[in-house]
Design a protein around this ligand. Structure first.
Ligand SMILES: [Zn+2]
Length: 522
């Protein structure tokens, strides 16, 4: 048993009865007291470990209700050099990327295009060594036919001046006959074979550090079963530092039902979430399902990805087995059909069905959403990313887009997330988008459709308690009161005191999950 008192802070509890306290005590993972420091220390007696938060503002740990962590982890483990405009830019990006990887890990990815650099030069191992001397690097070019390796990688694969060119390949050499680090075609195969297949659990461990540094303490993962297996392994090894609600892919629904998996099963670290269904596509691809056609493409109403009758069947199959349903729906027709399907499938006591994205919704359907108790799981940064797209494609449509104000006013439960890696997972950028409806550069001035802005408190609630509610965990997470998990973050910018524009630039100082400091800003 470890008793810790977190002191010297402005703690925004999220509890309307006592919104602000100065100290909080956690007995192991659970909050046991909040209040003034004197109150808290009196409540826990002597012997507690003191954690001084240096006067920082504290908020409940942020909870991402929609994130693809396996995709995010895989993407972050590979460098993408397509946008580098010079060797110098490529090297700077490699240095930054290498610093984020585990010690000794290979530097992978690549997709460099020296033909597109301002000064096209053939890169070599010396340049790569200058930014990455101590871990092997093997970076395929954009067309995949050439690999740029550093000296360590060449040594590991045993390529030196005495190595002959293989049939169908070339080891590029300098004027002294030394390999330059450029391996063409078959000459690159031995090195490619040497590159280890990266373990998803290792990649998730590295990604976890990013997410903790951003203030996230819980997430709903929308990726596959391999991701679930990796998280379970990490949990069993005691390596998981943030909490995961794991969605079930629709392809795996039957198997999950057969094995008796139910939403809410598990523990505070890995819990079974809803099954993820798809109703339509996306706005940018003109595949979201709309009641009216797209501007300039009027005959096109998008695509119903899952036929309505199948949707109803899948919802019934899941709900009768104790599995909640989360359905992707972006267009107003898709949102309406999902609500129809939830209604037709019948009541699902104890299960919270949800709509993922709920981006463009008719007002009448928002009222139905509230009545049916369907949670809107939304990603504020999609709104600010889509401003131009909505103006171009959905002009004149009679729905609300990213209608947070209307949803809350109608009584719909709102949960916020990022949809990373589609967007960056930074929750403070999401809070800023929800409160201002401007991009981080402040455009458009005054906010896009500003009548749908919500307050800092409402946005933060959606990104904490709202996500917990979507998971049926509102008695466990999202508010800093006794009996709930001690998941909290100390930040350099008090969101309730700062200018709203500063919220997007918030730095997380300390991330606490289960009463333990899991990440401290260096
Ligand atoms: Zn997604």
């Amino acid at each position: 048993m470890t008793m810790r008192v977190f002191r010297n802070a402005t703690i925004h509890t999220g509890d309307p009865h006592r919104p602000q306290v100065q100290a909080l005590a956690a007995d192991d993972e659970v909050i046991v007291a909040t209040g003034t420091e004197a109150e808290v220390r009196a409540a826990v007696g002597t012997g507690a470990e003191l954690v001084d938060l240096d006067g920082a503002a504290v908020i409940p740990g942020l909870y991402d209700a929609h994130i693809h962590t396996a995709s995010y982890a895989r993407e972050r483990s590979q460098i993408d050099l397509r946008t580098a405009r010079s060797l110098e830019e490529a090297l700077a990006a490699i240095a930054e990327h290498a610093a984020r990887q585990r010690p000794g890990a290979w530097v992978l990815g690549g997709r460099w295009n020296s033909n597109a650099w301002e000064r096209p030069v053939q890169p070599d191992r010396h340049a790569l060594d200058s930014v990455c001397p101590d871990r092997p690097a093997a970076l395929p070019s954009i067309d995949g036919h050439t690999v740029w390796a550093n000296s360590l990688a060449l040594r590991m694969v045993g390529i030196d001046r005495t190595t002959p060119d293989p049939v169908g390949g070339q080891i590029v050499r300098d004027e002294h006959g030394e390999p330059t680090g450029i391996l063409r075609e078959a000459a690159s195969y031995p090195l490619r074979d040497l590159v280890p297949e990266e373990d998803l659990a290792d990649q998730l461990l590295a990604a976890q550090e990013d997410l903790l540094a951003l203030g996230l303490t819980s997430l709903h993962d929308i990726d596959g079963e391999d991701c679930r297996d990796a998280y379970l392994r990490l949990r069993d090894a005691g390596a998981l530092k943030l909490r995961v609600l794991k969605a079930i892919p629709v392809e795996h629904l039957e198997a999950a039902v057969a094995e008796g998996r139910r939403t809410g099963d598990g523990d505070d670290w890995v819990r079974t979430g809803p099954v993820k269904l798809f109703s339509d596509g996306a706005l940018g691809s003109h595949t979201c399902h709309m009641i009216d056609g797209f501007a300039g493409d009027e005959g096109n109403h998008g695509i119903a990805v899952t036929p309505y009758d199948d949707l109803v069947k899948l919802i019934r199959t899941a709900a009768s087995a104790g599995i909640a349903v989360a359905t992707h729906a972006i267009g107003d027709r898709a949102n309406r059909l999902v609500l129809d399907a939830y209604e037709q499938a019948g009541p699902a006591p104890g299960l919270r069905h949800r709509i993922e994205h709920a981006q463009h919704v008719r007002r009448a359907d928002i009222a139905r959403m509230a009545r049916l108790g369907v949670v809107a799981s939304m990603q504020p940064v999609h709104c600010t990313s889509d401003i131009d797209l909505v103006a171009a494609l959905l002009a004149g449509h009679d729905h609300v887009s990213y209608g947070w104000r209307t949803l809350l006013d109608e009584g719909v439960a709102l949960a916020f997330g990022s949809d990373a890696p589609v967007e960056h997972p930074n929750p403070f950028v999401a809070l800023h988008a929800a409160v201002t409806r401007t991009r981080t550069d402040g455009t458009p001035s005054g906010g896009w459709q500003p009548e749908q802005r919500i307050s800092v408190g409402e946005a933060l609630r959606a990104h904490t308690l709202g996500s917990a509610y979507a998971a049926g965990e509102e008695h466990r997470k999202g508010v800093l009161t006794p009996g709930r998990l001690a998941d909290l973050v100390a930040v350099d910018t008090d969101p309730f005191a700062a200018e709203v524009d500063a919220i997007a630039r918030t730095q997380v100082l300390t991330t606490v999950v289960g009463g333990q400091v899991r990440r401290q800003r260096p």
